[in-house]
Design a protein around this ligand. Structure first.
Ligand SMILES: Cc1ncc(COP(=O)(O)O)c(C=O)c1O
Length: 368
């Protein structure tokens, strides 16, 4: 099967050869440290902050299930809040309790949050602000990097770059700078993720535009929780790749392609799709393009047709089990009407929109 449009970019064969050459020194940056996965960085931060079993932390219900893995490990109680249609915190859904210690906010898909409102909220309630910037590698709000918000931030660049693993944990508040050494040490574990062979094969397949297995059926809401903490060290190849990448180029290309898709959809005005207006802000580096579908029949049809042609239109996320079972803050209903168009820095706008037209035109014919 030949894949048409993937979710992630691919390293070129030349870059792959450069990556396989011996490694230079490790990446180091003031106030930041690196590890394999964001969930593990979050676990280390929560541990260093000495959150005991039973501590309460606010986090969005509309979230990836793996984010609660550190909660499970440490016995921390998640208190779920809602998110608006524009992927901002719905403060009305937070019923505040005095013993809440911290809030996790998510820069959904690398898009800006209402940072001033969050800052005011954390100050009002004396909370620690953990900025989950896992989707926001290279993303800025105007000129300011998204990772610089919050007392702490975590950025999982494997979601944006073609690498094996990689997450950056930053301490942004001087009051917590004394934890930097301990955080770097906790993130720098011995466990190595042995995926180089798989990485090379995937790169060669992607280069040949060959997809050996069909995309998953994204219309199925998965309920089994991913319980792995993924306590791996930052992969050597991925660290090298990170140095080779220009964040400015990644941001500019992603911003451009998002706008091209937006213009295309506004122009086409498909009656079964609803564009979510004004969520992309200057400086953002979007991870994907979110889109609302008017009814379930069309939603299923889009997912099925795109799967057939190898265009990685998908649903998001795999939510925590409790959120699914209780449909907390309407997350399941939201999940069932959203689709996400893949987006990355190597895509060509024109080809992309041509492929999108083919998918949506087929949906129109098959669904009407
Ligand atoms: C918002 C968010 N935060 C954190 C994570 C976890 O990142 P990682 O896979 O690097 O642990 C994910 C998903 O995978 C996510 O969607």
């Amino acid at each position: 099967m030949f894949g048409v449009i993937k979710r992630n970019p691919t390293v070129s064969i030349i870059d792959l050869c450069r990556l396989l050459l011996p490694q230079q020194k490790r990446l180091e940056e003031k106030n930041c440290s690196y590890t394999g996965y964001s969930r593990f960085a979050l676990y280390n931060i929560l541990k260093l902050l000495k959150f005991e079993s039973g501590s309460k932390i606010l986090l969005p219900a509309y979230n990836c299930d793996v984010v609660i893995t550190p909660f499970r490990e440490l016995g921390i109680v998640p208190l779920y809040y809602g998110v608006t249609d524009k992927f901002q915190i719905d403060f009305d859904t937070i019923s505040f309790q005095a013993d809440i210690k911290a809030i996790i906010t998510v820069n959904y898909f690398g898009l800006s949050q209402e940072f001033d409102a969050i800052q005011a909220f954390v100050e009002q309630h004396s909370l620690i602000w953990l900025n989950d910037n896992s989707h926001g590698f290279a993303s800025c709000h105007g000129d300011r990097r998204l990772e610089s918000y919050g007392d702490f931030s975590i950025t999982s660049f494997r979601k944006v770059l073609p690498c094996i693993n990689g997450s950056k944990a930053c301490i942004n508040n001087d009051n917590y700078k004394s934890l930097q050494c301990a955080l770097s040490e906790s993130n720098d574990v011995d466990r190595i993720e042995r995926k180089i062979f798989r990485f090379i094969v995937t790169t060669v397949f992607a280069y040949c535009k060959f997809r050996p297995i069909k995309l998953p059926d994204y219309s199925q809401l998965l309920v089994e929780a991913d319980e792995k903490l993924m306590d791996y060290n930052f992969d050597r190849l991925s660290s090298k790749l990170l140095r080779m990448v220009s964040e400015e180029t990644v941001q500019e290309k992603r911003y451009q392609i998002y706008q091209a898709i937006n213009l295309f959809l506004v122009d086409k005005n498909y009656d079964f799709l609803k564009v979510i207006p004004s969520i992309l802000k200057q400086g953002n580096s979007p991870m994907l393009y979110p889109l609302e579908v008017s009814d379930q029949r069309y939603w299923r049809c889009i997912l099925q047709i795109s799967r057939d042609v190898g265009f990685d239109i998908h649903t998001w996320p795999t939510m925590p089990q409790e959120v699914i079972e209780k449909n907390i803050h309407g997350c399941v209903s939201r999940w069932q009407k959203l689709i996400f168009l893949p987006l990355h820095q190597d895509l060509q706008e024109e080809n992309y929109c041509t492929s999108l037209t083919k998918v949506f035109d087929r949906v129109k014919i098959e669904c009407e």
